[in-house]
Design a protein around this ligand. Structure first.
Ligand code: HEM
Length: 261
């Protein structure tokens, strides 16, 4: 598994990353964490892989840094935007009532039937990409708009600025999930104007997991709780200032009052 991952990371594997392989790798990471100190042998889709303590440490670091902050900050931003934009909040809740109904528990398979919720997640990632800068290195010398980019130069792709470019997005600073309802644009790396997970061979390997996790958790939060803001925040508005650390997070954590429905 580690060899497969290394081959993929060093770009020695042809074609796009294989989704199943990535899923296996992630499942292996999670199982490795659960594997504890008992020899580190974990089953990954009917095969057994040996994981040393070092590798388990590496997987742990990946899940805690690349995996958890990014997803939790996306959910926090989504809730902040929805609480700031009550019409959109009502639309997302109505869709959930309509699709999931009174059974009260969302299944992963139902995400495809929730276009508005999907649009909310896309709009959140457009405005608040957890990884705002993507690092690349120029493979060859090239010319872009009269500038010479030397071979080997480090390039920072500003995903945050792309998401707020008025030439791509009308009213870029507005939270409008509706903009995605009549467009097929997606964030899986095929549409370069929206690449919160990166693109190409180095695209985020946790993307399939993150997409499911963010939709399911967000849907559950909306279905199981009534949300409102503390009086003071209601009067002064939610502070949407961003803080750039390992990931781009809310500078002031969201404060909200919830009651179970
Ligand atoms: C909303 C959630 C997430 C976002 C927006 C996100 C975004 C990104 C981005 C932009 C990159 C750089 C990709 C590139 O260079 O083209 C990346 C890399 C990575 N992500 Fe994620 N990520 C998320 C969740 C996760 C999760 C849940 C995991 C694992 C459990 C994960 C694991 C990784 C790893 C291991 C890398 C490094 C890949 C490499 O260097 O080749 N990410 N992520």
């Amino acid at each position: 598994m580690a060899r497969e991952r290394k081959r993929w990371m060093t770009g020695r594997m042809d074609g796009p990353a294989d989704g199943q392989m990535m899923e296996n790798w992630l499942r292996g990471s999670i199982l490795a964490l659960l594997g504890g100190g008992h020899g580190g042998v974990v089953p990954v889709t009917h095969k057994w892989f040996h994981l040393s303590y070092e590798k388990r440490g590496g997987h742990w670091a990946v899940i805690t840094t690349a995996g958890s902050d990014t997803s939790s900050s996306t959910m926090e931003w989504a809730m902040a935007e929805l609480l700031k934009n009550r019409v959109q909040l009502a639309k997302a809740c109505d869709e959930l009532v309509h699709v999931v109904g009174s059974k009260g528990r969302i299944e992963e398979s139902e995400i495809v039937r929730l276009p508005y919720l999907q649009a909310v997640v896309k709009e959140t990632l457009r405005l608040h990409p957890p990884a705002p800068l993507i690092l690349r290195r120029a493979k060859m010398e090239m010319q872009i708009r009269g500038y010479t980019i030397p071979k080997g130069a480090k390039i920072l792709i500003n995903v945050w600025a792309m998401g707020r470019d008025k030439h791509i997005w009308p009213e870029p600073d507005k939270f409008m999930p509706e903009r995605f309802l009549d467009r097929t644009i997606d964030f899986r790396g095929g549409d370069l104007e929206l690449i919160p997970f990166g693109a190409g061979r180095r695209i985020c390997p946790g993307m399939p997991l993150a997409i499911r996790m963010v939709h399911v958790v967000l849907a559950s939060l909306l279905m199981h709780f009534k949300w409102r803001l503390p009086d003071e925040v209601e009067q002064n508005g939610i502070d949407m200032t961003e803080r750039f650390g390992l990931t781009l997070v809310k500078a002031i954590p969201l404060s909200a009052l919830v009651t179970p429905t």
